[in-house]
Write a protein that binds this ligand. Sequence first.
Ligand code: HC0
Ligand code: SF4
Length: 579
Amino acid sequence: MINITIDGKKVQVPAGSTILQAAQTVGIHIPTLCHLDLHDIKMVNQTASCRICVVEVEGRRNLAPACATPVAEGMVVHSNTLKVMEARRTVLELMLSDHPKDCLTCAKSGECELQDLAELFNIRNIRVSGTSMSTYKKDISPSIIRDMDKCIMCRRCETMCNQVQTVGALSAVNRGFDAVVATSFEAPLNETVCTYCGQCVQVCPVGALTEHDSTWEVVEALNDPDKIVVVQTAPAVRAALGEEFGLEPGSLVTGQMAAALRRLGFDYVFDTDFAADLTIMEEATELVDRLTRHLNGEDVPLPLLTSCCPAWVNFIESQYPELLDIPSSARSPQQMFGAIAKSYFAEKLGVRRDQMVVVSVMPCLAKKYEATKFEDDNNQDVDYSISTRELANLIKRMNMDLKELPEEDFDDPLGESSGAAVIFGKTGGVIEAALRTAYEWVTGETLENVEFEDIRSTSYGLKVAHIKVGDLTLNIGISSGLGNARALLEEIKAGNPNNLHAIEIMACPGGCVNGGGQPYAHGDMKKIQARQAALYREDCGKPIRKSHENPSIKKLYEEYLVKPNSEKAHHLLHTQYTA
Ligand code: HC0
Ligand code: SF4
């Protein structure tokens, strides 16, 4: 261990630690902009480029960046001298000299780490002048908006995209004031391998990367007397929306959220969880069918890969076109919901599909792109997908405080769901939900304990579990984060040595609770764990915890779809993948 002193406090840390890490162990806050250490998901952005974290080290002439300076025995550090404060202030002024001054209208206003520091250092004018502002064209994709004039070259997005997600859509180019993180050949994002996972948006400290907001379009639809506006809410939203209203991470606000949506003017407040149960009916049927044929000696594609995460689907389509026969053909719950709302439910109401507007509230930015892919008669199944952050903003805009609202229920019939559906929002949840159903279908027995502890995990890596289903042992893979997905796909290409039968993949580390559209976690992975625990609590409290026992789902098959994988179900609920 190494002993040092920071601001008069004695600190003992392992050799190899940085001054920043040492300071954190004794609660001394040294500000950073570029630095981000998410060691839980193996992301360390240590570019030491912003120089906000400089400190004085006795015996050294120059200030040292705390994030990149290793501790040494007997080192004496000062983090709050006048020299340090002046240096930080000058760095901030230099950054602001090449930064647009449109904070009033910036999508990140109030959440911007650069704005927070400018406020903290009381910067009221910028003494640095004579520099020319860079001017980049805004890149507007269905999911993400890149405004590179705001890029401060922290390179967190690049590290996230390359190191954690292994997509490689972003890298730093140019020098000096023109330095920026760009796509190859500066192509628009929608012409690159970007999956729209939105993890770069989650870690961007400024307004360079933000979601493509659709809240005004939703408000216009709500105000159109000729439209029936239906909303669905994803599992993970209820576990994070409260954070935007000052509630503790992990607070469940399912009932208040339904009340808020009703007061916003939605005609029907439904739940994506209903469609998650529907997904299990289709996906578990496919799993049982493939397993049965495999056991009968047929050559069937295994392992079955879950297909409900759109960023993951984008990833396999662009990076592993040779494996496109193995994902389940089931569409995601968001899309199953849209298709059923605009057919079954529209028919019940006696309206045409183009008289109905379907809005989804998702923790995810890739869902915005996914919504553009599915349509009938030139009319999208899901018209608008907004993020948890956008919903919070809408609720605040309408002068409501979520905390003050009563708890209300979803509407029928697309609002009823099981506990299996709500855990979709956490890594491992989809496969656990599928197992609850597949177990009973394969064995014909009642599954007494529905909680598959062996496949649950709070870590963000790969997990392989072996589950007994009657005489069968199912080998299950679970992965969140696209880097982990890549590792599993490479294993499959190498001949599937672990003989995996089914794999769940979610693009965001930890699952949808950590989606690109969730309240900014600012690197606090404890928040993600609290949101995960909240979904398990909601599952525990549900009277029905298996998808195939959901009465509204049973009725949907009786009245409309006939049975899982029927011709009608196939037309409305399944898809084909394209490279
Ligand atoms: Fe998810 Fe979903 S669980 S992808 O993470 O399957 O976004 O929450 O809505 O569609 O249900 C996100 C979350 C969903 C879908 C569901 C799935
Ligand atoms: Fe990379 Fe995901 Fe950002 Fe696209 S959305 S650039 S894949 S991190």
